[in-house]
Write a protein that binds this ligand. Structure first.
Ligand code: SF4
Ligand code: SF4
Length: 393
């Protein structure tokens, strides 16, 4: 992709974004959770983009930029807050690409590329056998040797869910059986990774090539239902950014479940209806907005309606919800590049959860769930799939 006309267009978008940020008085500063947690101006979106611009135009060396572009979770909060909807994460991805090409990326980043070379995902281990085991555990029959069936609705758990939150995958298989979502199928492509960690690592060529191969594997499906909203966002947004067309419709599983349970899309500002909640709510819940679900896929109200329908009206976390919610630190490879920051962001999120007084935290992101469970193994955190499988009407 590096020498293609598409790369030229990306470079133009990058130049526009840099120009916009350097002439802006840092208006999105308070939206960045990394800058807030680290309490450093040098890692604000404005500073990161300005540094990237100075390096790109040769006024700063790559050594001087150092690890700056890795102080970002790809949470999209700066772009959300920006009047120009400036593409900060695109600029930082291209800055990471230059560091990777010059062999100056941190070792954790280089390992991501090596893991993809070994196994086609960021964990360096096959997803196929663990996925088969998880299906068996739920009593769900799969044939992972079969190709994608024409017109099928293909389930994509994602590598983070399979390796770090396997119980959520089991829960979704149970939900398919219990709720009768018979259209959802599993094929060999279900044990694939969408390639997003390559983008986060700055290996844009690798991401492009991986995306092309993935698009070919799922070409026959009419829809791909992703469990991890970061995967869904990658396929809806980042594939287009690197010029890879994808034939199937991309859905998050909460969209499929909402449609199948007869929940219409809630309108912005619409209150949750207590009457929709099941009569017997077992536990008090709080709901965690995941960045890729909200700012990425624009799903804020409908997952809440799903939680309400299955387990009761969730409590809201203090400190910003929906499009304004802070990131928990799980994405953008931050747990590998800046682990202390990622843990501090997770701790802040869990402190907000405890403030609600709820017993259980529910999220629709296996990646956030796995990260927060690592930060505090005693916290009770479930996925929306657990609720769909086990509770409610
Ligand atoms: S992302 Fe937008 S608000 Fe933030 S510094 Fe750049 S131009 Fe300003
Ligand atoms: S995407 Fe999120 S973490 Fe990255 S610079 Fe913007 S606000 Fe900060």
């Amino acid at each position: 992709m590096s020498d293609s006309p598409h790369a030229t267009r990306l470079a133009e978008r990058e130049a526009r974004a840099i120009e916009t940020c350097v002439t802006c008085p840092n208006l999105c500063r308070s939206s960045c959770p990394v800058a807030e947690v680290e309490a450093k101006e040098t890692v604000s979106p404005h500073s990161l983009v300005t540094l990237a611009g100075l390096e790109k135009t040769g006024r700063l060396s790559l050594e001087a930029v150092s690890d700056a572009p890795y102080h970002c979770t790809h949470c999209g909060a700066c772009t959300e807050a920006c009047l120009h909807k400036n593409e900060v994460t695109l600029v930082l991805s291209l800055a990471r690409q230059r560091l990777l090409t010059a062999r100056q990326a941190p070792s954790a980043i280089r390992e991501v590329r090596d893991s993809f070379a070994a196994a086609g995902n960021a964990y360096g281990r096959s997803l196929r056998e663990p996925l088969a085991e998880l299906a068996k555990k739920a009593g769900f029959e799969v044939d992972l040797a079969s190709g994608t069936r024409s017109g099928s609705t293909l389930y994509l758990p994602g590598c983070a869910a399979i390796h770090e939150a396997p119980d959520v995958v089991v829960a979704w298989f149970e939900a398919i059986l219990v709720r009768g979502f018979a259209e959802v199928t599993v094929s060999e492509a279900s044990a694939a990774c969408c390639g997003l960690p390559l983008l986060w690592a700055g290996d844009l060529d690798g991401f492009h090539d991986h995306a092309e191969r993935f698009a070919e594997r799922v070409a026959g499906a009419s829809a791909v239902v992703a469990h991890d909203p970061a995967c869904a966002h990658a396929m809806r947004h980042w594939y287009e950014v690197v010029g890879v067309p994808l034939a199937p419709e991309i859905q998050h599983l909460s969209e499929l479940a909402s449609a199948r349970l007869g929940l219409t899309q809630a309108q912005p500002g619409e209150a949750l209806d207590e009457a929709e909640a099941p009569l017997e709510t077992r536990r008090t819940l709080a709901y965690l907005d995941a960045c890729h679900l909200t700012r990425g896929l624009r799903l804020v109200r409908s997952p809440r309606r799903l939680v309400t329908r299955t387990a009761g009206v969730p409590r809201e976390l203090p400190g910003g919800v929906g499009f304004e919610a802070d990131c928990c630190g799980a994405s953008g490879l931050l747990p590998s590049t800046e682990p202390k920051t990622a843990v501090a962001m997770g701790e802040a999120k869990l402190a907000a959860f405890r403030e609600t007084g709820a017993e259980v935290l529910v999220t629709a992101s296996p990646r956030c769930l796995a990260h927060l469970r690592k930060v505090d193994p005693s916290a009770e955190i479930v996925d929306i799939a657990h609720l769909i499988a086990r509770f409610g009407a």
